[in-house]
Structures are given as C-alpha cells and as structure tokens.
Design a protein around this ligand. Structure first.
Ligand code: PNS
Length: 164
C-alpha cells in the first residue's frame, strides 16, 4: 500500500522553509499532497488561488522536488476530511522552535482524536528558523528585500505588487 502524506498550511506566501519541508516529505512518502488550507484564525494577504499558483510554480522550479508532490486546496470542512478523501494517514509539519511545538500540539491531538490521522514533524535547515510567511509579508510590505527567504517566483510576485 502506498503512503500518502499531506503537508498543510496557509502558504501566504510559500517560503524557502516550506519548500525544505516539502522536499524532505517527498523523500519519505510515496505521495505528498501540499494542501493550501484556509486558516480561520488569520487574515490572508493572498487569495487561495494565488497561493496555489505560486506554490505550484515554486515546486516546478525546484529541481530537488520530485514528481510525487501535488498541490491542492481545502477551504470547506476539516483538514482530516481531506485526508480521509484522498487516503492520507499522515500530516507533515515543519518545526522551527519550541513555540511551534506549543502551537502544533493541540492540533496533533485533535486530528488524531477526530480521525486517527498522525502528525510527523520535520526540522528544516536551521538557516530557515527565523523565516515565516508573516515576517515575509511584513518585510515585503515595508519595502525590504525578501529574496533570501522565498523562492524566486514569490520574490518576483511581491516585487510586482509593491506600490510604485
Ligand atoms: O500555515 P499555518 O497557518 O500555520 O497552517 C495552519 C493550518 C492551516 C494547518 C491549521 O489552521 C489547520 O489545520 N486548519 C484546518 C482546520 C481544522 O481542521 N481544524 C480542526 C483540527 S485542529
């Protein structure tokens, strides 16, 4: 039986830290679904369609990400409902710090309790430890250079949407 994992997130926008985790997940599982999920606790900068677009292009342009990775979205219902629909038994999350552990722990237990879906944590390169979508949005909106933190397609997109 093939192993299917879901890497969920807001990806608003996708960062180099996300790509690092996706790459590692793709080397472990037979199929990886990178799932753009609406997070009700956050005010998104980009519509889901644009986040998916940027993710797909970033994945296509990364020679180290194999073809067992697909991009999808889920905006209605529970994350575990998507897992059930596609036969995924594992969620994969990246961990940058103890703060991430505290944030993720209740979700791990809830997803396991709701549907028996387990969560696996992967550590990205420590060089990405300070990189988050929210800081990227903040730095970009204040005119800073984010090209060290996001894939080239995202840096270009953020540049093109900056007010003149
Ligand atoms: O990138 P983010 O915003 O940290 O990702 C958080 C996300 C989207 C993974 C989280 O908000 C989530 O799991 N949302 C799905 C909603 C859900 O199923 N909730 C109940 C179980 S925790």
């Amino acid at each position: 039986m093939s192993s299917i994992a879901v890497v969920p997130g807001s990806f608003d926008p996708v960062t180099l830290g996300h790509l690092d985790v996706i790459r590692r997940a793709a080397a472990i599982f037979d199929q990886v679904h990178v799932l753009v999920v609406h997070n009700p606790g956050k005010n998104a900068m980009l519509p889901i369609s644009e986040r998916m677009n940027l993710l797909q292009q970033a994945i296509d342009e990364d020679p180290e990400i194999p073809s067992n990775v697909i991009v999808a979205s889920w905006s209605v219902g529970l994350l575990v409902d998507y897992c059930t629909e596609v036969g995924a038994t594992v969620l994969v999350k990246g961990l940058r710090s103890q703060i991430d552990v505290a944030y993720e722990t209740p979700m791990v237990l809830m997803n396991r309790s709701l549907a028996g879906v387990e969560t696996v944590f992967l550590l990205p390169e420590p060089g990405h430890a300070h990189v988050s979508s929210s800081l990227v949005r903040q730095v970009a909106s204040l005119g800073g250079d984010v090209s060290d933190y996001v894939p080239p397609v995202v840096a270009k997109y953020l540049d093109s949407t900056r007010p003149a």
